[in-house]
Structure formats: structure tokens, C-alpha cells
Ligand binder design. Sequence first.
Ligand code: ZN
Ligand code: ZN
Length: 76
Amino acid sequence: MSVHKCLNVNHRRANSPFRFCPSCGEVLNNSVPISICGMEKHTKEIGRGDKYCRICGERFTRQMEKVSLPKEMVSD
Ligand SMILES: [Zn+2]
Ligand SMILES: [Zn+2]
């Protein structure tokens, strides 16, 4: 028996269209090839509330912090 802590519906799919789970970053479907996606795609996924990229598996923690923070990095 394999019990998932992650509640993402994609874990229940027999054939997930995504390689990685956007909630926990686990591999959902090994047969989906890893593609390289850019910041644009990631920004959309972050906006959707994903924690991991479902295409390349990258973790969004840092980017999310950046996105949610106001532009305080500009020291002028
Ligand atoms: Zn998951
Ligand atoms: Zn990605």
C-alpha cells in the first residue's frame, strides 16, 4: 500500500498528462519527457498556485517569495 500525503488529484490519475506533481514535485508519469520551460511558463504556474513546475519539476519557493514581495530590491 502506498499512501500519499499529497492530495493533488493528479496522483489518482492512471495517466497524468504532467510529469511532475505541482503540489509535491513527485514524478507522476515517467513517460512524459522533461522539457525545458522558461520563466514565462513558470510565472503562469506560480500564479496558478503551483509549488512545483509540472513540466520540469523545479521548485518555486524562491520565485514565489520574489513574486509576492514588493520591489524592495531596488536600492536607490
Ligand atoms: Zn503530489
Ligand atoms: Zn518548469
